[in-house]
Design a protein around this ligand. Structure first.
Ligand code: SF4
Length: 440
């Protein structure tokens, strides 16, 4: 095909009942709204969608014939509709189809179209660039995988504000992730209220990505993101048993060996008052196991001091947990009542001065642990992502440093490095939060 007009064109063959026709209309509407042209000619189309019927054998035969004709006349064919539910039948007859989806799958079909025939982008019409408007630097981006939360932590009102967990379909997340990578992003930071719960609300139903069936679950999503060739960092992960499945992916270098787990406390009594899972011993055991599989794992967490009912004994339990867990990075907040939170009704509030005093004590206690954890990098070569160049050299981040909240890697002889690019450095020193390195 040799056309001067670059507008992408899609052909559509629609078979089956009125429900299938509605699906066809939905797909055509979305295509037109996104700027694709629709053509009735196979020869003019860049790609053809065949919406099939699988009701009776004649309909199956008619659908298979239509797919065969489209492949012969055009070559690039996406199959959707009722017969799509019998993927094996289609692939056995026509192994060359680009992808197959079931019925009522407008989103999946659109994702497939975007993949095989990128959306037209007109900067004079589209005010938003393909990767969306972002406020982060060009080399890293946050990727939200769900909204809302099924927990009811007593200090938090997010479920009241945003409702229960609603996970995004996996193809939508992957489409956004691919667009980010195509726009130059080198690091994707996966966020949500509760990242490990991804897909719970979908019953982990199978979704589709690139024509492949894929379970909508965090492990599967992490694997797909790990194939994009950029850093993938997971935030707000709760230590559910399924998190164990992520550790081998980290050990193999598919995703960053980094877990941000907001433990909040370690005293069973306080965890119960917070309505958080209260199995501190098990958590310690699992951290040990994770580190035996992935020694470079960095664990970051946050804690609250002075939660209502917290005694000196509870606080001591928290310090003992920190000693045993040897976390790499720790953030601490004094308890602060949020309007509308259930915790406000709890007895025995802790005076503000003690909340703050415990926060400072906790930070001081953690300092030695954090420093010792960083010391293990000294003498090693690591990859860093360069943030900026200043008069003292390059400022970068390692796999152990999330932007804004963790430490930095200062590369004194790194003035020639490029912001937004990876570099290889040797670590020569550290302090409580940061590493000091030189280029290799
Ligand atoms: S603190 Fe996090 S896990 Fe707990 S209710 Fe709020 S959003 Fe959900």
């Amino acid at each position: 095909m040799n056309r001067s007009d670059p507008t992408p064109r899609v052909g559509m063959v629609s078979l089956g009942c009125p429900k299938a026709t509605v699906d066809t209309e939905r797909i055509l509407t979305r295509l037109r709204a996104e700027g694709y042209e629709i053509t009735p000619e196979y020869g003019e189309a860049d790609l053809v969608i065949v919406n099939t019927c699988g009701f009776i054998e004649e309909a199956v035969a008619e659908s298979l014939d239509a797919i065969g004709e489209a492949i012969q006349e055009n070559g690039k064919v996406i199959v959707t509709g009722c017969l799509g539910a019998r993927r094996d039948v289609i692939l056995a007859a026509h192994p060359k189809v680009l992808a197959v989806t079931g019925p009522h799958a407008t989103d999946e079909v659109m994702a497939l179209v975007h993949r095989h025939l990128p959306k037209p982008h007109d900067p004079f019409v589209d005010l938003v660039p393909p990767q969306g408007v972002r406020v982060t630097p060009a080399h890293y981006a946050y990727l939200k995988i769900s909204e809302g939360c099924n927990h009811r932590c007593t200090f938090c009102i997010i479920p009241q504000l945003r409702g229960d967990l609603v996970s995004r379909p996996i193809h939508e997340i992957m489409e956004e992730a691919e667009a980010l990578v195509a726009s130059g992003v080198k690091e994707i930071l996966v966020v949500s209220q509760d990242t490990s719960a991804y897909g719970v609300d979908l019953n982990y139903r199978t979704g589709f990505w690139q024509g492949r069936p894929v379970k909508q679950r965090l492990t599967e999503l992490a694997k797909l993101l790990g194939e994009l060739g950029v850093w993938v960092r997971l935030h707000y992960v709760y230590p559910y048993p399924s998190v164990d499945e992520l550790i081998p992916l980290m050990a193999e270098g598919k995703i960053l060996p980094y877990l941000d787990i907001p433990f909040q406390h370690a005293s069973p009594k306080i965890l119960q008052l917070m309505k958080r899972p209260a199995a501190t011993e098990k958590v310690l055991e699992r951290i040990r196991k994770w580190r035996s599989i992935c020694p470079d794992l960095t664990i970051r967490s946050t804690f609250i001091t002075g939660f209502p009912g917290e005694t000196e004994y509870d606080f001591e339990l928290l310090l003992q947990f920190l000693e045993a867990a040897q976390l790499d990075r720790v953030g601490v907040f004094p308890y602060s009542p949020v309007e509308g939170a259930a915790a406000n009704e709890l007895p025995d509030p802790v005076p503000e001065a003690i909340r703050e005093e415990r926060r400072i004590r906790l930070l001081a206690f953690q300092e030695d642990i954090s420093t010792q954890r960083l010391e293990r990098w000294i003498g090693r070569e690591i990859d860093v992502l360069v943030e900026e160049i200043d008069e003292e050299g390059a400022v970068a981040r390692s796999a152990a440093d999330a932007p804004e909240i963790d430490g930095l890697v200062y590369v004194a002889n790194g003035a020639a490095l490029t912001p937004g690019e990876f570099a290889r450095v040797r670590v020569v020193d550290c302090d409580v939060h940061d590493l000091y390195a030189e280029t290799v």
